[in-house]
Design a protein around this ligand. Structure first.
Ligand code: EPU
Length: 439
């Protein structure tokens, strides 16, 4: 298992380019199951979860070509297996995104029920209830969800009221409804930009989806969908992570190829903290200056609120600013795994229920720490960049799931960070080199 070794204290300076959004690429890849024609996706990030999703598509019989490193041409003309097995689902929960498209196009699907994970129990009951409302029969058999469309093989449009806004749940139901008979209305739908991006792809494929990006989405079902070409939106969480990296190291970082309008709540909060963020143009931000930063409370919320995927990185920033901040996590039940690691580096943080109270500023000191999930790992990288001495982060495969070569990007900005390879088979680069060879 690879590690990162970071020596803190260097301000980050220079330009960084943001990769495509993992959480948009994953559902868009699953959407290719909905048609027998080719779907071409550009700006796919070069991260482990994408490799897993590609494996899932290939396992069920799709072909995936990569004529260029970040372009995937997916053809699902010969799907032979209608299931996502436990081996895949246990490594990546987003495998459940195969359920909606398989059920919609083939009338049957089997997906292993994901268990809990480092950030909470994360059930998929709302996805399943939604499929039932579209007429599917959904059963749990030996740990697998087995779903079947009504006898004629087609789902039926319905009005679905989500009890809670769910991102992948909205995506799954939206995909399923594209091929259902009649109209589907999704109420209390999640509003994340990734949902809008998926809807854009689906409409290019011939679907009739309106209102994505708002809390009410209407879908008029069609008989079949066709091929399309689409470019994935930039990753707003990678963008936010680099904004915090610039701010926390008191650097000067130009963040290119991003979409600031997808990060309005985050940018507003960071400006309130005192971070100097300029919008140089529609796709470029600059974080610079050494202003005095102030502690500010934050509460995570579904989009357009402050994203839970930036909570850990924001917490690291709060350890470096004057004052006391309360960070409330409302989206996931157990997303404070980074706290004990930050404490090992000297952070003063107390957890009170769903709220972490951070006292700053403290001088963090380098230590051996353990990455527990994707965003927690990013918070530890940020902590390592400002800590005195050397930080060693173990289990960085978590960060490789969703950040494209974060250490290379940080190093290009002057960060003293390197990957220590512990095994060839575990290294992301071996997968990536394999991919490149196939391209
Ligand atoms: N929930 C239920 N039942 C369901 C579905 C969700 O109770 O059937 C609950 C969850 O347990 C959670 C809340 O609803 O408490 C919101 O979960 P949601 O379904 O929106 O999360 P998700 O779709 O599983 C996606 C991202 C996450 C991101 C969340 C919230 C993908 C592949 N994953 O997860 O990304 O944190 O939305 O924005 O899009 C990450 O990238 O690090 C990551 C975890």
């Amino acid at each position: 298992m690879d590690k990162f070794r970071i020596t803190g204290g260097k301000p980050l300076r220079g330009r960084v380019s943001i990769s495509g959004a993992k959480n948009s690429a994953l559902p868009c890849m699953a959407a290719a199951i909905l048609t027998s024609e080719r779907v071409t996706l550009h700006n796919i990030p070069y991260v482990r979860d994408i490799i897993t999703q590609r494996r899932l598509l290939e396992d069920i019989g799709a072909t995936v070509l990569t004529p260029e490193l970040r372009t995937h041409q997916i053809s699902a003309s010969h799907i032979e297996i209608f299931e996502a097995p436990y081996d895949l689902v246990k490594t990546m929960r987003a495998s459940v995104l195969a359920l909606g498209p398989l059920l919609a196009r083939f009338g049957k699907a089997k997906v292993s029920l994901p268990g809990g994970c480092a950030i909470g129990t994360r059930p998929i009951d709302l996805h399943l209830r939604g499929f039932e409302q579209l007429g599917a029969e959904v059963k749990l058999e030996a740990g697998d969800v087995v779903a079947r469309a009504p006898q004629d093989g087609r789902l039926r449009g319905a009005e679905i009221n989500f009890a809670k806004a769910t991102v992948t749940g909205t995506e799954n139901l939206m995909m399923a409804a594209t091929l259902a008979t009649g109209k589907t209305i999704l109420n209390n739908a999640a509003c994340e930009p990734e949902i809008d991006d998926l809807a854009e792809l689906l409409n290019k494929m011939g679907a009739r989806v309106r209102g994505a990006g708002t809390s009410t989405i209407e879908i008029d079902g069609v008989e079949s969908l066709g091929g399309a070409e689409h470019t994935i939106i930039p990753d707003r969480i990678e963008t936010g992570t680099f904004i915090v990296a610039g701010a926390i190291t008191r650097g000067d970082v130009e963040i290119r190829d991003c979409r600031p309008e997808h990060s309005v709540a985050l940018i507003a909060k960071l400006k309130d903290v005192g971070v100097q963020i300029e919008e140089l143009n529609q796709s470029t931000l600059r974080v610079s200056g050494t202003p005095k930063l102030r502690a500010r409370d934050v509460t995570t919320e579904p989009h357009p609120g402050f994203p839970t995927d930036m909570q850990a990185q924001y917490m690291t920033l709060m350890t470096q600013v004057e004052g006391r901040s309360a960070i409330a996590e409302t989206v996931f039940e157990n997303r404070f795994m980074h706290v004990s690691e930050l404490q090992r580096m000297g952070a003063r943080i107390q957890i009170d229920g769903h709220t972490a109270i951070v006292e700053g500023p403290v001088r963090l000191t380098g230590a051996r720490v353990l990455a527990s999930d994707l965003r927690a790992s990013a918070s530890l990288v940020l902590a390592g960049l400002v800590a005195d001495g050397e930080t060693s982060i173990e289990r960085v495969y978590h960060i490789d799931r969703g950040y494209e070569r974060i250490e290379a990007k940080m190093r290009a900005l002057g960060g003293d960070i390197e990957r220590i390879r512990e095994s060839v088979t575990g290294a992301l680069s071996s997968d990536l080199e394999g991919d490149a060879a196939m391209a």
